[in-house]
Design a protein around this ligand. Structure first.
Ligand code: GTP
Ligand code: ATP
Length: 265
């Protein structure tokens, strides 16, 4: 294949990665805007480099005309979660989706790799709508916790540096670090309820603060300058402690609704 052929070959994979990133980021945003807990912390994706694809094809003895079916991670998505439990929730949501088909799954969480690597992998078939019609491609979704990602990122860069010839002491330390990351995940799972409740409360309050501030602005817009200034003063008095924020928000909503109707107090 020359440069132009590679460009054409990779196009649907690039489209798939972009679409999948948007879909999972949107899922996170949608759940957050409904003030629900989102099992997604952040999402990344990449199309495999040609050099890495060729190296892998050689290693797995995949013929050049079978790259599409022989290398399943040309399009790769990675989803980071806070807790191990989120990985199961997300995997279930992916299985139920209508816009992709799960082909198979690899559970490297309960069956860690010899290196110490842990993650949950889902291989999907994803239909890309191209100018020439629909094309089904394979894509890999890696789902992992923040701790698993931290370990895998460091290990990947060390392997890159040592070209897979890690010194024994480094390998042993990495293996211990993988166990430490696993214990960290278990400890976090034990206090998951506490953490999730406080995060939701924090988000609730910051949503409320944003609503109060934009409603004060709106009052100015309706020329309720004195009222808006009084609300601003009330807000300035309580913003640090947030005591009385809900009452202030409710009074403000009422004032704004009167202003919209043109009522006087
Ligand atoms: N950092 C790190 N990542 C790994 C490790 N093992 C697997 N991965 C990641 O998971 C992907 C898929 O790995 P596997 O499920 O073993 O799939 P594979 O494509 O059959 O085989 P390999 O690419 O040879 O590992 C790799 O492309 C990496 O991104 C590991 O030991 N360390
Ligand atoms: N599914 C994925 N989603 C997002 N990023 C990925 C995914 N898979 C790999 N990456 C990242 O892409 C970069 C290039 O990785 P590359 O595809 O060359 O090799 P690899 O995935 O580590 O191994 P292999 O060649 O054995 O599949 C690395 O930073 C890697 O962490």
């Amino acid at each position: 294949m020359d440069g132009r052929d590679w460009k054409r070959f990779l196009l649907p994979y690039e489209q798939a990665v972009e679409e999948l990133k948007v879909k999972f980021k949107t899922l996170r945003g949608e759940l957050k805007s409904r003030e629900e807990y989102a099992p997604i912390e952040f999402v990344t994706g990449r199309v495999k480099k040609i050099s890495s694809m060729l190296e892998k094809a050689k290693r797995l003895s995949v013929p050049m005309d079978q790259l599409e079916s022989g290398i399943e991670d040309i399009a790769g998505i990675r989803i980071m979660c806070q807790f191990v439990e989120d990985i199961n929730t997300l995997a279930e949501q992916i299985r139920e989706r209508q816009d992709m088909t799960v082909l198979y799954e690899k559970d490297y969480i309960n069956n860690k790799k010899p290196s110490g690597y842990r993650s949950y992998h889902i291989i999907i078939e994803y239909p890309v709508q191209t100018g020439l019609g629909m094309k089904r491609i394979l894509a890999e979704i890696q789902i992992r916790t923040l701790a698993m990602n931290f370990w895998a990122t460091i290990e990947h860069s060390l392997n890159y540096k040592y070209k897979e010839q890690l010194p024994d002491d480094v390998r042993a330390r990495l293996s211990r670090a993988a166990e430490a990351a696993f214990i960290l995940d278990q400890e976090m799972s034990n206090i998951r309820g506490e953490i999730v409740a406080s995060q939701l409360m924090f988000e609730d309050n910051s949503n409320l603060v944003n609503r109060v501030l934009s409603n004060i602005q709106a009052l100015y817009f309706y020329h309720r300058v004195r009222e808006a200034a009084q609300f601003q003063l009330r807000f300035n008095e309580i913003w640090e402690t947030e005591v009385g924020l809900s009452e202030l928000a409710a009074d403000l909503e009422a004032a704004l609704s009167r202003a919209k109707k043109g009522d006087t107090n």
